[in-house]
Write a protein that binds this ligand. Structure first.
Ligand SMILES: [Ca+2]
Length: 496
């Protein structure tokens, strides 16, 4: 793990726990223990043996308490909770519970894409605090029309053949694809390869490519305070297929490949052109991925005319030591070719991007193809605002095919060695507090203090410090304060 991230990983998980729903005193409590018996009644004195027994039995209002131990099973939940009476699955107080999928292979999973803990068309369920290890497929799977689900404070620290957390709308019946109101928070994910005999074959025959948190459809979703510190092959957080109204904030992502936060406007499920990826806010995330793009707005455009991204706000993110900080308009219709797509109405304001050209090229590429992305010009990028961003040890490049995508580019802080970009740039050394240790606060005397624009600036900075301080708005993710901010306490503030 990145040393700076390791410093705060515990804090993130701890803060994530603040969001845990505590079952009410009126909950019906059930217990599972490794010395239990599924013929028991599930009481504290007579616990069940398997989590599956609980998942098959309990109804709305139940709290399932699992006692310490390793449970070698895969689980499918039978019943939903209700708005006033959710069902919660969690370790018993102080217990450490491992859900281990060792031995379960393709023939034994519930259906394609299944994981260790499976919800299909279920609602009002909380899955909190488990340690998932060894899955031939996914980890926690929300399938079809799931809603009002919380996946919080779990650990996925092992080999997974597919996505540790997957929420998708796949269902044979279109009326069962209503996925919404999800909260995915405080999870820790460190995913290694499966050993060769277990390599997942769902998409690729030889490589277990996987997104660590994957949304394929759905709306009203928050993904916050998760720590993803390793993914040998695949993205960190990825969404597409018409997913909309999503908040991605307070996450820390390091050492993924491909892309840490990936927004793909394509829709793989048909030709429904209404399925636009839209209203996505990406803020207060911290990313360090030497082999990956930190953030990318892409469009693989699997189906012509059914693909688009509209309204993405990217602010108060800190990215450093990465392959590239941000790409807008990339991974064009690369896979199928010849299809068209659009990305429009994007704001990129008050981010800090440091040392993000580790494999050449610019730190920020807007409307600009990769060398191998031959069909990229089929994406039309438009209406991009790029303001108050600090780009040091890196540059910004903007392509103009289809017209200039920028409606405003101003008040950015640039490296003296980079090509001057946009209106009213401020060029200089930002004088970070301690870049080598990952501290990108500005020091007194930084040329970027009070030189930003008020227009569109977030009301608070990465730490939650109100903007502006002093004589004006600063450039970058941090607003300079004379008194040091209590780092580690406020770093995960959600801002405005
Ligand atoms: Ca200021």
């Amino acid at each position: 793990m990145d040393p700076y991230l390791s410093l705060f990983a515990g804090a993130a998980v701890a803060l994530g726990r603040l969001f845990v729903a505590v079952p009410s005193a009126t909950s019906a409590d059930y217990y599972v223990a490794t010395n239990g018996n599924d013929a028991n009644d599930g009481s504290s004195a007579k616990p069940w043996r398997t989590i599956q027994k609980a998942a098959s039995t309990v109804t709305a209002g139940a709290a399932v308490h699992v006692r310490s131990g390793t449970y070698n099973e895969i689980i499918a939940v039978a019943n939903s909770g209700t708005a006033g009476a959710p069902i919660t699955f969690q370790p018993d107080a102080g217990a450490k519970v491992v859900i281990d999928g060792t031995g379960f292979t393709d023939g034994s999973v519930v259906h394609s894409g299944a994981g260790l803990f499976n919800l299909r068309h279920k609602s009002y369920i909380n899955i909190l605090g488990f340690n998932f290890v060894h899955s031939y497929g996914a980890g926690v799977v929300l399938d079809g029309g799931c809603h009002h689900i919380k996946i919080g404070n779990n650990t996925f620290d092992s080999d997974f053949g597919w996505n540790p957390i997957l929420a998708w709308e796949w269902a044979s019946d279109p009326n069962q694809r209503d996925l919404h109101d999800l909260e995915i928070h405080g999870n820790y994910i460190h995913r290694s390869f499966l050993p060769t005999p277990y390599k997942w074959k769902y998409f690729q025959p030889t490589q277990p490519w996987a997104e660590m948190i994957s949304l394929r459809g759905g709306r009203n979703i928050s993904i916050h305070h998760n720590v993803i510190d390793y993914n040998q092959l695949g993205e960190g957080i990825a969404l597409g297929y018409g997913t909309h109204d999503v908040q991605i904030y307070g996450n820390m992502i390091s050492n993924t490949t491909s892309c840490a936060i990936y927004v793909d406007g394509s829709y793989a499920g048909g030709t429904d052109s209404s399925r636009v990826v839209r209203n996505i806010d990406i803020h207060h995330n911290r990313v360090h991925c030497p082999d990956a793009w930190a953030m990318a707005l892409a469009n693989e455009a699997v189906h012509d005319g059914a693909a688009g991204t509209d309204t993405v706000n990217i602010y108060n993110n800190v990215v450093y030591g990465s392959r590239q900080a941000l790409a807008i308009g990339c991974w064009g219709p690369y896979w199928t070719g010849g299809k068209s797509a659009y990305i429009k109405n994007v704001t990129v304001i008050n981010n800090t991007f440091y040392d993000c050209n580790l494999q050449g090229g610019p730190s920020v590429a807007i409307n600009k193809a990769f060398n191998w992305d031959k069909k990229h010009p089929n994406i039309t990028v438009s209406n991009v605002v790029f303001r108050n961003n600090l780009i040091f040890k890196g540059s910004v490049e903007v392509g103009t095919h289809g017209g200039n995508p920028l409606v405003a580019a101003d008040h950015n802080g640039l490296d003296p060695s980079a090509t001057v970009f946009g209106a009213g740039p401020v060029v200089g050394n930002p004088q970070f507090a301690d870049a080598a240790k990952g501290d990108f606060h500005l020091s007194a005397g930084s040329p970027f203090i009070d030189k930003g624009s008020a227009t569109g600036a977030p009301a608070a900075d990465f730490d939650g410090v109100k903007r502006p301080q002093g004589a004006g708005f600063d450039i970058g993710a941090y607003e300079f304060t004379k008194e040091p901010v209590a780092k580690g306490l406020r770093i995960f503030s959600t801002g405005p």
